[in-house]
Design a protein around this ligand. Structure first.
Ligand SMILES: Cc1cc2nc3c(=O)[nH]c(=O)nc-3n(C[C@H](O)[C@H](O)[C@H](O)COP(=O)(O)OP(=O)(O)OC[C@H]3O[C@@H](n4cnc5c(N)ncnc54)[C@H](O)[C@@H]3O)c2cc1C
Length: 308
């Protein structure tokens, strides 16, 4: 019940100001956000690599309102890629991008987002890594898939994300699995209406299993984005039945969530990629993490009350 309320609050400027200024916020934010700068995130990438983990990096900041901010977002990724190149970490770190951050919601946004993301994809390829386009709310997806298709003409390894809560997703999965691209399947983190999305957790989970089966049996590279132990073991079973080797799919989890499970799966020989978000504009990302687990909100409220 609390989830939709928190997701609605994630769109409120007033709430953003309150949460950002609250005295106990930083302590809770630090659990989910790896740092504010490239310098702070580099040790986290090297530490992950030492532990046999890979990462996908998200420079947070989806709520931009001008083309200049969109260009700055592009430059932040280019700076990150340059650092990864200097450190020789290209093979261990890929990028996750939100097209909203690259200007997708602005006037002429589809072309603007494509123009901003392309140099990032080119720079990533030059250091031996890839970019995955995150899935945002359902109104943005046709544009995201069109940009994905366009980028794949030159960079077929460009990935995208699909969300099991949306009715449309099984069809998207069939198209993408046949095309052989890298596809991350997640449950979905936005507030979506009943006209387009399952509202019931059990239905979302059942759809997730159906979609995983499509991806595992297809020609693409499935990326299983979930912390749900039941879905993880079903993924292993489906991969086994589809005759996939351990390097023919991967698991992905978020930084700060079930970290012991990251290590357990990596120790079993799985490729495990940790979605690592960093930057100063963490509000939207943080609120989605609160919405996913009501206990996080209680922890957050307690931390505000004790520090306040
Ligand atoms: C790598 C990755 C990339 C993602 N990219 C996208 C994207 O592009 N678009 C999108 O809409 N969504 C994205 N998501 C979020 C996703 O849609 C879900 O909201 C999120 O993963 C929670 O679903 P779950 O599968 O972990 O299952 P759940 O049933 O929500 O969680 C299973 C268990 O995991 C733990 N857990 C899950 N979330 C939290 C949390 N926030 N805090 C503490 N514990 C938690 C709990 O123990 C919980 O019982 C991504 C998720 C991952 C892992």
């Amino acid at each position: 019940m609390l989830g939709p309320v928190i997701l609605a609050a994630s769109r409120s400027d007033q709430m953003r100001r309150f949460v950002s200024a609250a005295p106990g916020t930083k302590q809770v934010v630090d659990r989910f956000i790896a740092g504010e700068t490239v310098d702070q995130v580099v040790p986290i990438i090297t530490d992950a690599a030492d532990k046999g983990l890979e990462v996908t990096l998200d420079v947070v900041g989806e709520d931009i309102t001008t083309p200049e901010q969109a260009a700055a977002a592009r430059d932040a990724y280019l700076e990150l890629i340059e650092r990864l190149k200097d450190l020789g970490l290209g093979a261990k770190a890929e990028m996750s991008v939100k097209l909203s951050m690259f200007g997708q919601a602005l006037e002429g946004g589809h072309e603007l987002a494509l123009a901003n993301v392309r140099p990032v994809v080119i720079a990533a390829a030059a250091i031996g890594t890839t970019v995955t386009l995150d899935a945002e709310d359902h109104t943005t997806l046709d544009s995201m898939f069109a940009i994905h298709e366009e980028l794949r003409k030159d960079f077929p390894q460009t990935g995208c994300v699909i969300q099991s809560y949306l009715f449309r997703t099984e069809e998207d999965a069939r198209r993408l699995a046949a095309a052989g691209s890298r596809v991350r399947i997640v449950k979905g983190a936005y507030k979506e209406p009943a006209e387009v999305a399952y509202q019931d957790k059990a239905e979302i989970d059942k759809a997730y299993v159906r979609i995983m089966r499509i991806l595992m049996e297809g020609d693409g590279y499935p990326m299983i984005g979930s912390h749900d132990p039941r879905l993880i073991s079903i993924a292993q079973e489906l991969a086994h039945r589809a005759g996939r080797k351990l390097d023919e799919y991967e698991f992905q989890m978020l930084y700060g969530i079930r970290s012991d499970e990251h290590l357990r799966l990596a120790a079993e020989g799985h490729r495990m990629r940790v979605y690592t978000a960093y930057g100063t504009d963490w509000y939207g990302y943080f609120m989605r993490r609160l919405a996913e687990k009501p206990a996080n909100l209680l922890f957050f409220a307690r931390s505000i009350l004790t520090k306040g």
